[in-house]
Design a protein around this ligand. Structure first.
Ligand SMILES: [Zn+2]
Length: 131
């Protein structure tokens, strides 16, 4: 099967590098670095694939709700989080606990962004090769 570029759909690509057994290719048309393996090392297919300790880290605990409510109260000193027109982005969202707490207790739109370390490595490689 000929790999096709995730961005432009071109079937012209060459091998770029390999990481964790995953081949990355460079598109010959738009130069995007891409991978098409189903088992992309940067994205876990399901929560069950994480180690038990990490799944435990993701669980909600009552003490976390108290701490998160303090953080939310601090944010609300700047912006009305019950306004559905307000959009909040949690950069470095970690396990996403603050995002989930806001979704469950406020009406603002909230999203979380967390870049896994291995993906940050890949982004660094893309940047270095493009420079
Ligand atoms: Zn392309």
């Amino acid at each position: 099967m000929t790999p096709t570029c995730s961005l432009c759909g071109s079937d012209r690509s060459v091998p770029a590098f390999e990481k964790s057994g995953q081949e990355y290719r460079r598109c010959g048309t738009c130069t995007l670095l891409f991978s098409q393996e189903r088992t992309n090392a940067n994205f876990q297919p399901s929560i069950d694939d994480f180690e038990p300790a990490y799944r435990q880290y993701l669980e909600e605990r009552p003490i976390d709700a108290l701490n998160l409510d303090d953080v939310i109260a601090w944010i609300e000193s700047f912006v009305d989080l019950k306004n559905p027109d307000v959009r909040l982005l949690d950069v470095g969202a970690g396990s996403g606990q603050l995002v989930r707490r806001l979704q469950n207790t406020r009406t603002c739109a909230v999203s979380g962004l967390e870049i896994p370390i291995n993906l940050a490595d890949t982004l660094h490689v893309v940047w270095r090769r493009a420079a």
